[in-house]
Design a protein around this ligand. Sequence first.
Ligand SMILES: Cc1cc2nc3c(=O)[nH]c(=O)nc-3n(C[C@H](O)[C@H](O)[C@H](O)COP(=O)(O)OP(=O)(O)OC[C@H]3O[C@@H](n4cnc5c(N)ncnc54)[C@H](O)[C@@H]3O)c2cc1C
Length: 399
Amino acid sequence: MSARGLLDVVVVGGGAAGAAAAAALAQSGFDVALVEPSLPTAAATDAPLDARVIALSPASVRFIDRISAWPLAAGRAFAYRDMEVRSGEEILHFGRDLVAEPALGWIVELRALQAAVFAAARSRVVAVHAARVVRCERSEKEARIELDDGTRLRARLVVAAEGGRSLLREASGIAVDTHDYRCRAIVAHLGTEQPNPGMAFQRFLRGGPLALLPIDGGRSSLVWTRPEAEVDALLALDDAAFCEALSAASERRFGAVVASTPRLAFPLRLQLAQRYFDERLVLLGDTAHVVHPLAGLGLNLGLIDAAALVDVLSDARVRVRDIGAAATLSRYDSWRRSDTHAAARAIDLIERGFSGQLGRVGSLLTRGLGLVDAVTPAKRFFASAACGDLGRVPTLARR
Ligand SMILES: Cc1cc2nc3c(=O)[nH]c(=O)nc-3n(C[C@H](O)[C@H](O)[C@H](O)COP(=O)(O)OP(=O)(O)OC[C@H]3O[C@@H](n4cnc5c(N)ncnc54)[C@H](O)[C@@H]3O)c2cc1C
């Protein structure tokens, strides 16, 4: 920190995306403070796996490895080496041989990931403030932030990583485009007659996709998107009836579903900020973009935002430019907004097409699955996209 108490960066929000940005920026030599009201902690080693698990791409794992937040604690991350996508009679299968990676990706406990990334940040940043931002004033020279515990911070740049509901984004007047899917994703951990062999399985159904992701003991973690009108009834089923409904919906891919942990349901929406920067402010993670979980991309996009910001700010520093100047931040904006908006629109098209909202587009997509499966270069292209290796990959996420 400079003698005047001016920080380089204040990161607001210590979820996985914000904490990764704080850790990586501090590791790259910037003076960083991190503000997060609910400090994440890992569960006890013998605690059962939390209901919230997510898929991480190899590119994201390379990034969090380089900020020393990987591997996660034992029993909190599970590699998947095969991926199978079905729609109607068509099947698309990927193996890790297509991508020359040890795995196509990892299913990780979100809580463990947040705790690991937060610990990496804590060990490097100038200060962690267990508080909430209540006010932010930005000028040509600096940003001033006020926390609900009375602390005041000054920085060249503020990173808003507060999740989908962001005080800083709203206060800056950056508008968002939103689409409510009128669906919820039901999540639970399932036991099946046959163990999941390490495969991420997804089946597109009318109304929304169903995914079975490999976790501990041959179990699968469920992400089942259903229209809002059906969700309460599914949540109210007893375990036997819920398992029976899932056995049918999954076409018994790993045999019948025989056990389920308690279910949770998350409302789904698409939300894209129209700009990712303002005066001395950038948005990243869910603050910038919230996408449908069908491609398992939401946090992966947020982590790559964080790695990209490190490249942009490091480059500005080498050129002796102001890291909070519009000319610097617009480079981050054009890189990440174009990549994330393209991904979000593609996911949106897939969701609407396969769920039956776009008429003939759905049958074209279904036929497309079979075609891609038959053409190895096309398969390799989609496998690389799933691994996070397409487009401009930031330095910290590169192979
Ligand atoms: C069912 C489901 C399945 C998903 N599956 C996947 C998947 O397989 N792969 C994937 O990549 N993504 C997945 N996602 C998306 C992923 O969960 C999110 O993209 C990710 O968790 C968002 O992380 P974040 O750090 O941007 O925001 P958050 O995790 O929301 O963190 C924001 C943080 O900011 C803090 N905060 C808020 N306001 C303030 C304030 N005023 N001051 C200070 N701090 C504040 C909060 O306390 C919080 O800790 C899924 C989502 C759902 C719903």
